[in-house]
Design a protein around this ligand. Structure first.
Ligand SMILES: C[S@@+](CC[C@H](N)C(=O)[O-])C[C@H]1O[C@@H](n2cnc3c(N)ncnc32)[C@H](O)[C@@H]1O
Length: 465
């Protein structure tokens, strides 16, 4: 291990890493790797599906400071733990390391686009992309590792995302199924994690050259698939939380050599960080168009490059899919939705066994074939013994518009009780199913009877006492 002592926190680095970086940076090593504190930087990103950043900043009961890296992000105190806060449960914000909030905003996602996030779990950047889509268009959120895809699904459910297809796939299979379809693709590549040295002891312990080489090869493979998924004129953002040349500037230089149909978009005016480093790629590569966030800039560290596919590239539009026959709408759902969610009653549904889903509008233009779909849209519920049993996801997506609501505030002792899984008194909600909301944001479903609300907040999400 080597350490950095001058003018900052005494950080211990793996010796091979420190030697490589000292050789590349010379005197700038100490300046760029100056961590302000021993504690990792912490932050939150506000979910625009719930509220605006200004709204949150004006009402937060915890300290927030505007993040330099993203307009909808804030840095928070190192010792503040966001996970138990009612607004976290309600998907008002996503706890995200500050520099990690930077890449998604660079994609310039607009409502109505087709967007793919290829390495999406646990879902920080996916949530930002979903917020930018504002429920219009389709977001394919893919994660290769099955257990992580499940965490991704849960997080997107908490954030109230309605238009995501969560897949658990190898990106090559996505590229084969949907070539040239996407307006935007994000590759937040699995990397050697050199930007995680302060945050996770394991990042230091596991670091070695072989890991860097392996991650660089994997990143290159995923980039190939991203290129195939993009429509002509589409935009791709590639990011890592590492500093290794092979995974950063050199990765992009070699991608551009293989893909003359792509150009490197200049990120100099993005308003944060510093330019990419010329001596980390072959001569002639415009490294200054990439962007880096160093520890000295306030986050753990990120690398970003933005690539645009030429609009001129030859492309055969995919044949039209046979439109899927709309599923017959089960009467149990019609009856339930008319009572509690009248705005959803006319929407098309998809069914799978006893389950009823509200698929994203237009998702049948992306044929799934044998792709592993974890969730396609919002799980509305299931029909059990001819009765409709609503799902938690339905209330997280649409609870604020439910016709029967229990309106709590974060200071109401019933809010903490609810998040512990307890029954609470009903004040505003009438008998039957209700959405329980905190400050207007959904905290799941309850069922009112005799003036009490039975708690249906999922056990695994509750705040332990
Ligand atoms: C840097 S993390 C993504 C973080 C995420 N974008 C976020 O903001 O929350 C990279 C992800 O890539 C996944 N991954 C691993 N192998 C992969 C592969 N072969 N193809 C695509 N993704 C892979 C990892 O499991 C991990 O979840």
């Amino acid at each position: 291990m080597a350490c950095l002592c001058k003018g900052g926190y005494k950080m211990e680095f793996p010796a091979d890493f420190a030697a490589r970086e000292r050789a590349l940076l010379g005197d700038r090593f100490e300046e760029l790797y100056r961590y302000a504190t021993p504690e990792p930087a912490r932050g939150i990103t506000v979910n625009a599906l719930r509220c605006a950043p200004d709204w949150l900043a004006a009402r937060a009961d915890f300290s927030v400071a505007a993040s330099p890296f993203c307009p909808s992000a804030f840095t928070t105190a190192p010792d503040w733990r966001p996970g138990r806060h009612p607004w976290h449960h309600a998907g008002v914000f996503y706890a995200q390391e500050p520099s990690a909030s930077a890449p998604a905003a660079l994609l310039d996602v607009q409502p109505g686009m087709l967007v793919a996030d290829l390495c999406a779990a646990p879902g920080g950047k996916t949530s930002q992309l979903a917020a930018a889509l504002q429920g219009q268009g389709i977001l394919v959120a893919n994660e290769f590792v099955a257990a992580r895809a499940e965490i991704l699904r849960q997080n997107l459910e908490r954030m109230g995302v309605t238009n995501a297809l969560v897949t658990n796939e190898d990106t090559a299979r996505l590229a084969a199924a949907w070539p040239g379809r996407f307006d935007r693709v994000l590759v937040d590549a699995p990397c050697s994690g050199e930007g995680m040295f302060r945050k996770e002891a394991a990042a230091s312990a596991q670091h070695n050259d072989a890991l860097v080489t392996h991650c660089a090869a994997l990143g290159a493979e995923i980039l190939e698939n991203a290129a195939a998924l993009l429509a002509p004129g589409g935009v791709l953002v590639y990011s890592t939380c590492t500093f290794a040349p092979q995974e950063d500037e050199a990765q992009i230089a070699s991608f551009l050599q293989r893909h003359p149909e792509f150009s490197l978009v200049d990120l100099s005016d993005c308003g944060f960080g510093r330019p990419g480093e010329a001596n980390r790629a072959p001569e002639g590569f415009a490294a200054e168009r990439c962007r880096r966030i160093w520890p000295a800039d306030g986050g753990e560290g990120h690398f970003m490059a933005k690539l645009q596919k030429s609009p001129e590239v030859a492309f055969t539009a995919p044949g039209r899919n046979k439109p899927r026959r709309p599923a017959k709408v089960p009467s149990e759902w019609t009856e339930f939705s008319k009572t509690y969610f009248p705005q959803l009653a006319e929407l098309p549904v998809a069914t799978a066994g006893e389950w009823i889903l509200l698929p994203p509008v237009g998702s049948d233009t992306l044929p799934l074939g044998k792709l592993r779909l974890v969730r396609g849209g919002v799980l509305a519920g299931s029909i059990v013994k001819k009765r409709f049993q609503p799902a938690h996801a339905l209330f997280m997506a649409y609870g604020a518009q439910c016709a029967n609501r229990e309106e709590l505030t974060r200071d109401d002792p019933r809010t903490a009780a609810w998040l512990r899984g307890e029954e609470i008194d009903a004040v505003t909600a009438q008998s039957g199913w209700c959405a329980v909301c905190v400050d207007g944001f959904p905290l799941g479903a309850g069922k009112v009877s005799g003036g009490r609300i039975k708690n249906h907040y999922p056990k695994g999400l509750r705040n332990l006492r």
